[in-house]
Design a protein around this ligand. Structure first.
Ligand SMILES: [Zn+2]
Length: 328
């Protein structure tokens, strides 16, 4: 088994070592594979970890994109696989709410399951990270589109009673992001991943502002990781839009690193601010109205522009200076 620390974890750990905040949480991922054919490395990894039975969680689309192939790889490696399927609601969306979570949990046997595999989108990952946490089992991430930064984070944004709440759960032990799979992802999902990254402009500003005016806890290393990931995407926007292998590699790595920054800080501040609140508000409103959901990252990208405008407007207002000076 390759016991080497993943290079992203290594570089983040060395950046964190020089950080004055000294309140870092350990990074728990022991394998990060972002390359063509990464899917083929998942079955040997699970075998090396000694897992004899796993639950593979996917939905109809993601089973077609990668789940089916992974299931045959696992069978060939002699790993028993229980298939668990996330079902869409009446609008055709997989929703991480009470009903969706219970339905999935019923498909996953407590006895004999050594690990859970999340094969799919951000929503599916949030459901699996919560269920794995509650079952006390590890989970492995297999993204099928570079659409969100939540693959490697700890918190699970879930819907309870129609409200979106982020519940602390667990990060995956490993992530296998196959560029051959990601390249087949529909363009709107890639654009959504880029939108989720763009949102870091306002989340980083919000976090810094909250730290300066209300002494919110702040970690310069986590902020730096997010900023670097954001700038890598902005500099390579063309390659990402063209969905070239290199562009998708840059986007996927940025999404992973943004998730790791949240893991390092222990909360979502480095990568989620007012633009995420607005996105979550729109999501709850669409659920309430029974409308088909928009992609998370698309909402975040638009919300980022709205929040940036709001900050600019406030900055032009004198009373804002008083608030910023702590007299508001
Ligand atoms: Zn996001």
């Amino acid at each position: 088994m390759q016991e080497l620390e993943p290079s992203q974890v290594r570089s983040i750990s060395s950046l964190a070592a020089g950080c004055p905040c000294c309140k870092h949480h350990p990074l728990t991922l022991d394998r990060i594979v972002v390359e063509r054919g990464a899917l083929l490395e998942a079955a040997p990894y699970l075998k090396e970890r000694g897992y004899r039975q796993v639950a593979l969680v996917s939905d109809e689309n993601t089973y077609r994109a990668a789940g089916g192939r992974l299931a045959s790889e696992l069978a060939a490696a002699g790993t028993r696989t229980v298939l668990a399927g996330a079902k869409p609601d009446a609008q055709g969306d997989v929703v991480a709410d009470e009903a969706g979570l219970i339905r999935l949990m019923l498909d996953i046997p407590q006895e004999g399951t050594d690990a859970l595999l999340a094969v799919g989108s951000g929503t599916l990952h949030d459901m699996v990270r919560f269920i794995a946490f509650k079952m006390g089992k590890p989970f492995i991430s297999v993204p099928t589109a570079p659409s969100v930064d939540g693959f490697t984070s700890v918190g699970a944004p879930l819907i309870f009673g129609g409200e979106k709440i982020t519940i602390p759960a667990i990060a995956p032990d490993a992530i296998f992001a196959d560029l051959d799979v990601l390249i087949e992802a529909p363009q709107p999902l890639v654009a959504a991943g880029f939108g989720d990254m763009l949102g870091k402009y306002t989340s980083l500003f919000d976090w810094r502002f909250g730290h300066l005016v209300r002494d919110e806890p702040y970690c310069p290393a986590a902020a730096q990781i997010t900023k670097q990931a954001l700038l890598a995407c902005v500099r390579n926007a063309e390659a990402i839009a063209e969905r070239s292998t290199e562009g998708l590699r840059i986007l996927m790595n940025a999404l992973i690193e943004s998730g790791l920054a949240m893991q390092l800080f222990g909360q979502s501040h480095p990568a989620s601010g007012a633009e995420h609140h607005l996105s979550h508000y729109w999501e709850m409103e669409y659920l309430r109205l029974g409308r088909k959901q928009l992609l998370h990252g698309a909402k975040v990208g638009v919300a980022c522009a709205v929040i940036a405008q709001t900050y600019h407007r406030l900055a032009a207002d004198e009373s804002f200076d008083k608030l910023a000076a702590g007299h508001g």
